[in-house]
Design a binder for this molecule. Structure first.
Ligand SMILES: [Zn+2]
Length: 285
């Protein structure tokens, strides 16, 4: 079966998107299935649903390089290829697409509010700063095709950031990117990390209890939608009372066990896991 643009439009409407909406979209387009006109039709369907007064936003993140290898590494500019998947690729192909100037965590946006949402997000900003503008604008978030392997809404990182947690990573200061501005090349060193998102599915039961989470399909891809403000408020309440709430349970997750200064107990767990793994491997040989 091949999905037409009209079918995708119907599914986007069914999951709660409306004309004039501002929507932050994260997606794995390959999970949608076969689409008439290819994956570009998915962005066309999103544009059709929100209309000319609506604004679409996605993440256009670019790779980090460890600071001792920065010399000669790729230089970020507004055209740099994103590593956040093919949706970002199609955004960048759209001639109306605007991009913020953050050298690693740039946001992409198409629509009348793009300039306002992206303004000021540059090398001097915190990585998820545009999320505050999306929350003020009562934007929605749509995630499809990647709920299982990249769970969670980007608001979790915004909560971490606003609570000052992203500055509490041992990884801060060890990596960055070169970037271009007004014809000059500068060095950016990242000083805030949101970390691993594998634990973000822990919030799902709370979203469901709020009755604000909409669930559906885009093509064949499982999809979830919620308002930025609703999920932010839920996550803020949980994380401000337990600052480790978002960590995943995987003992070998370097980011969750070792990177957070507010999770020192994770370090022995990680070391024990490494030791056990070595012993298990040796035990098998
Ligand atoms: Zn983790």
């Amino acid at each position: 079966m091949k999905y037409s643009k009209e079918q995708l439009v119907d599914q986007l409407v069914a999951i709660g998107l409306e004309e004039g909406d501002t929507v932050l979209v994260r997606a794995a387009l390959g999970r949608v299935g076969k689409v008439d006109g290819g994956a570009a039709t998915i962005l066309a369907a999103l544009r059709e649903v929100v209309g000319s007064k609506g604004t679409l936003v996605t993440l256009g993140f670019t790779p980090l390089t460890v600071r001792w290898k920065l010399k000669g590494s790729p230089i970020f500019n507004v055209k740099s290829k994103s590593n956040t998947g093919s949706l970002a690729k199609y955004f960048l192909l759209d001639e109306e697409c605007k991009r913020s100037k953050h050298p690693v965590n740039s946001f992409l946006a198409i629509g009348p509010k793009a300039g306002k949402i992206l303004a000021g997000h540059d090398a001097s900003s915190l990585s998820y700063a545009p999320m505050n503008k999306l929350r003020a604008d009562d934007a929605k978030m749509l995630v499809f095709g990647c709920v299982a392997n990249s769970p969670g809404f980007t608001t979790v990182h915004s909560v971490q950031e606003n609570l000052g947690l992203t500055k509490k990573s041992w990884f801060n200061g060890i990596a960055g990117s070169l970037y271009e501005e007004n014809g000059e090349v500068y060095k950016y060193i990242k000083k805030d990390f949101g970390g691993c998102s594998a634990g973000f599915s822990k919030f799902y039961s709370k979203y469901i209890e709020s009755e604000a989470l909409k669930v559906g399909e885009i093509g064949s891809a499982y999809a979830i939608q919620i308002r930025v403000k609703t999920s932010y408020d839920i996550e803020y309440k949980l994380i401000s009372s337990d600052r480790k709430y978002f960590l995943c349970d995987n003992p070998s997750c370097l980011a969750c066990r070792v990177s957070w200064k507010n999770n020192l107990l994770g370090i022995p767990v990680y070391i024990m896991d490494r030791i056990l793994r070595v012993l298990c491997i040796r035990g098998k040989t």
